[in-house]
Design a protein around this ligand. Sequence first.
Ligand SMILES: [Zn+2]
Length: 457
Amino acid sequence: MTEASSAVTMDKIVSLCKRRGFVFPGSEIYGGLANAWDYGPMGVELKRNVKEAWWREVVRTRDDVVGLDAAILMNPSVWEASGHLSGFTDPLVECKECKHRFRSDHVESGKCPDCGGELGESRQFNLMLKTFLGAVEDTASTVFMRPETAQGMFVNFLNIQTATRKKLPFGIAQIGKSFRNEITPGNFIFRTREFEQMEMEFFAKPPEHLQPGERNDDEWHEYWVNLRFEWYLRHGIRKENLRLRVHETAELAHYAKATTDIEYLFPWGWGEMEGIANRTDFDLKKHSEHSGTRLTYFDEQSPAEEKHYHPYVIEPAVGVDRLALMFLLDAYTEEEVGGDSAGAGKGETRVVLKFHPSIAPVQVALLPLSRNEKLTPLSREVYASLIATGRWNVEYDDAQSIGRRYRRFDEVGTPFCVTVDFDSLEDNQVTIRDRDTLVQDRVAIADLASILGERLG
Ligand SMILES: [Zn+2]
């Protein structure tokens, strides 16, 4: 087995995603809707695993972070306080000839990239999507689809602190949909107008309130940058495809003191996966001013005179769709395989997604050698016993030839295929096929779950 080519392209990924049920074009039978995508059976499982891997690490396994699920539609005053109403804009230009629109800062020549025509005046375009609440469509009923989940956590700061009695430092995490009316969405699911975010606001003491030995905001920022970077490596992303990029002062968002991006090497170049920002006390202060509710923390041990203060915020923020794309690209492998029972003819190229087991949509495939009335009862029994462990997503498949089924599960990145054959009826053993090494070994059915448990981790 040799690696034929690691040259993954977006075309190959988009085609595999449709063929195997990861991602379909949205509303496809009506000609689609610009840059909207639907996640199919495999895509749903992939995204769910990505979200669970994040939630496990950021919330479940820590005693200093709690979860929230805030409403998408918020009081419009939220967006006034946060600065999104006035400042969440991109510069827009329109071509006078073909009427196509571009971000001014993406057009270098001053001419239309599509037709070479003359471009009009640049104007600021607000990226928030609008809708109306109630029966009347007027200014008073206008609400916005949230452009980030973060504000839901800021406005609930007091509620959560009161309900949980958490002491600083502590965090609030949230996974949910956000919406941005991007002028130029693109690159498949990398930049879409409707997307899912995973954000965590980690509230820490401002410098003047620290006691000896406590981490300051810069140190918490560094802590989260490192922890988040390691998360990618621990879930199988190749280190050479990742890098950290520290924002220059000039490119920092208006609320941020420092931001570090985790970037991934996409087929079109380095792209932002995740931003870890030090937002200082900007957000809680703004919401205190605009709402009239003091979003402060009472710290009787503070060495400063004022014991009520606005905590600083460190925020790791990442897009689920973007992560799904990264996992697909990084896992994509083409290999030359020799002819054997492992599922490809001599000299054939096999496409395999080498997902980390925790990310793979299906961890185990249960495959009777063929659809046969003698094999079915035992196969169903083994399948039921694996399902009963509750540990993995197991799929049962007895359609088509075994070679085609192996190819299918390689292409969706299933780490192990378990085959029940006619010998199984006599010796109570089954064959485990390893996705990456193609090694097949025979194990007792009684030991199957524990062996899979060891290999899947
Ligand atoms: Zn044009």
